[in-house]
Design a protein around this ligand. Sequence first.
Ligand SMILES: NC(=O)c1ccc[n+]([C@@H]2O[C@H](COP(=O)([O-])OP(=O)(O)OC[C@H]3O[C@@H](n4cnc5c(N)ncnc54)[C@H](O)[C@@H]3O)[C@@H](O)[C@H]2O)c1
Length: 313
Amino acid sequence: MKVLVTGGSGFIGSHVVDKLKDKGVDVRVFDAMPTFRKDIEYYQGSLLDMDALGFAMNGVDAVMHLAAIADVKDVFNRPHYAESINVRGTINVLEAARAAKLRRVVYGSTTWVYSEAEGDSVDEATPLHAPSHLYTATKLVGEYYCRTYSELFGLDYTILRYGIPYGPRARDEAVIPIFVRKALSGEALTIAGDGSQFRKFVFVEDLAEGNILALQSIARNKIYNLDGVEKVTIRQIAETIKRILGDVKIEYTPARPGDFAGKEVSSELVKKELGWEPKVGFEEGIRRYLKWYSEREKTRKANWEKLDDTLKK
Ligand SMILES: NC(=O)c1ccc[n+]([C@@H]2O[C@H](COP(=O)([O-])OP(=O)(O)OC[C@H]3O[C@@H](n4cnc5c(N)ncnc54)[C@H](O)[C@@H]3O)[C@@H](O)[C@H]2O)c1
């Protein structure tokens, strides 16, 4: 089997690539940014370029579509551009997959689609309401396009609604990386709101494993939530980091608009049908992230020191 991973140079996509390789699957990456792995077939291109997508899908059995403007702040700052990548980009992937007669499109969506749903507990059968954030709207349209391509053209999909991922290679702007960076540089950790809002963070390698399991035939034309199990409040994140690293200051700021307040998202269906459940506990995940972060910073420092003085200015 050969799998194309769009967004394979990104945070979640790169771990999906690692897992596919570990399992002996032939992998190709399609991304606007280069992949750091040298042992991967890599096609550089944009989701907006149908020809490039067409070339990338040649000889492929399935595509895992993770490329997107995934940071809500980037979507907020550049809504029109984000819409083009997340919405038009997704229909482009579906269209290219249809033309290349792929067997499956696995679409990386988000549990944020439940932001406006009624009740505090949600699962895949929960009716959704119109989202208040453009990021969520774009991701939801992607889900609808997957479904319509299946209905109209028989292109099979699997939608995975990821919880909030964390772990090695996380974007530096996400809450855990920000906390870690601040803690290591002696700055206070800032919490939006009172810090009691919880998240069920999911370790990125667990998410990647879910992507692989989604290739099973039972997952055809289904939607699954992939969320963490432990409820972790923002305050607990700060305290976990404080526990591991030592003395760290914590400060509070007003809540952000459009922030998902946190619902109990059930991952029972994916457990029952695909046998997926998260394996890495929160504290262990934070330790692994810290290990990766320290190694990255060490490499950066060593590279900086090797630079000629005239290039450091
Ligand atoms: N990180 C999260 O908190 C989170 C949560 C739930 C769902 N998701 C979804 O998971 C997927 C992956 O997210 P991530 O956190 O790994 O994001 P990321 O930003 O790390 O990776 C996205 C990748 O898409 C690529 N990309 C962006 N525009 C492109 C374009 N025009 N053409 C080709 N490639 C392009 C980027 O270069 C990047 O490598 C996204 O679809 C995102 O919406 C992310």
